[in-house]
Design a protein around this ligand. Structure first.
Ligand SMILES: Cc1cc2nc3c(=O)[nH]c(=O)nc-3n(C[C@H](O)[C@H](O)[C@H](O)COP(=O)(O)O)c2cc1C
Length: 304
């Protein structure tokens, strides 16, 4: 018998728990030749801002042991070009699209949530709070529970669509952040975003990245991500989406056991653009081999 791979997140029904991670899958169309987009649970877009952004100067990507550092600087086409040029493709596929977005101020976040609420091709919103708060001296929204709650409150008021809040791992107490976002009206939490790191070119005595620091992703961060997902899933009653170094079906299932209802595939898509589809198929095969009828039965089933 075929296992039931479906899961639901805040009213969003997914054929299976596998989503793509923001910034690693373009706007979906770019990957259509590598993945049958109707074999994955959802597509998450590159992070959107009000105005187009060129991102940081190069070099802005470097491979590190077990992962990579990126300082792309949230390059994106901007909300207008997304609606005009990217959203029409999303209408042609029978897979929900989740729009990831960010702002420099609370007002920008709210404006983006309001604009995206009106886009029929967008099934849900994922708000990236790992951005500097320009009005408050550049402190990153996602590292202060009160700032994060303010963003979530403003977005909540601006949209009736499912609101997923993407948490930063660059904090001492991720549970405090999760609770603040839940109380402010999040429908689901996704974690983790990248961990801040840096790489040095010894001979040149210079940082490798033009931006000096960047975000670490890939297998190197998986143990940190698993720990945070486990902590957050126990602490809040919202669905959790696990992200961080998932390279194969076994990694994905570990996140489900830790309490994730769904997972996102990021860096793996750079190594193998077909990774997300293969991981979804691999999860189903694992369930079939182990006589598990429903993937839902594994959510949080870790025995501690
Ligand atoms: C090149 C690159 C660009 C990214 N851009 C975004 C982004 O625009 N918004 C966002 O919320 N996360 C962004 N991320 C973070 C990923 O969505 C994901 O949270 C992180 O990479 C950890 O997952 P992974 O180890 O599977 O890559 C980006 C990651 C990478 C590697």
């Amino acid at each position: 018998m075929k296992p039931d791979m479906s899961v639901a997140i805040a009213g969003l029904n997914l054929r299976n728990p596998v989503m793509t991670a923001s910034g690693t899958f373009g706007y979906g169309e770019e990957f259509a030749q590598y993945v049958n987009l109707e074999t994955i649970g959802a597509i998450v877009t590159k992070g959107l801002s009000l105005k187009p952004r060129a991102g940081n100067p190069t070099p802005r990507i470097v491979e590190t042991q077990g992962g990579m550092l990126n300082a792309i600087g949230l390059q994106n086409v901007g909300i207008d070009a997304f609606i005009a040029k990217k959203a029409p493709f999303l209408r042609t596929i029978d897979t929900p699209a989740i729009a990831n977005f960010f702002g420099n101020t609370i007002d920008e976040y709210a404006e983006l949530a309001r604009r995206l609420d009106a886009v029929p091709e967008v099934a849900a919103l994922e708000v990236n709070i790992s951005c500097p708060n320009v009005k408050q001296g550049g402190i990153v929204f996602g590292t202060d529970p009160r700032c994060a709650a303010d963003v979530v409150t403003a977005c909540r008021e601006a949209t009736a669509k499912p609101l997923i809040v993407k948490l930063s791992p660059n904090v001492t107490d991720v549970v405090a952040m999760a609770v603040a976002c839940a109380e402010a009206g999040a429908d689901a939490l996704s974690l983790i975003n990248t961990l801040t790191g840096m790489a040095i070119d010894l001979e040149r005595r210079r940082p490798v990245l033009a931006n000096v620091t960047g975000g670490l992703s890939g297998p190197a961060i998986k143990p940190v991500a698993l720990r945070m997902v486990w902590q957050v899933a126990r602490a809040v009653s919202l669905p959790v989406i696990g992200i961080g170094g998932i390279m194969n079906a076994r990694d994905a299932l570990e996140f489900i056991l830790a309490g994730a209802t769904a997972v996102q595939i990021g860096t793996a898509s750079f190594i193998n653009p077909g990774a997300s589809g293969e991981i979804a198929a691999g999860m189903e095969a694992w369930l079939a081999e182990h006589g598990v009828d429903e993937v839902r039965s594994l959510i949080g089933a870790l025995q501690v």
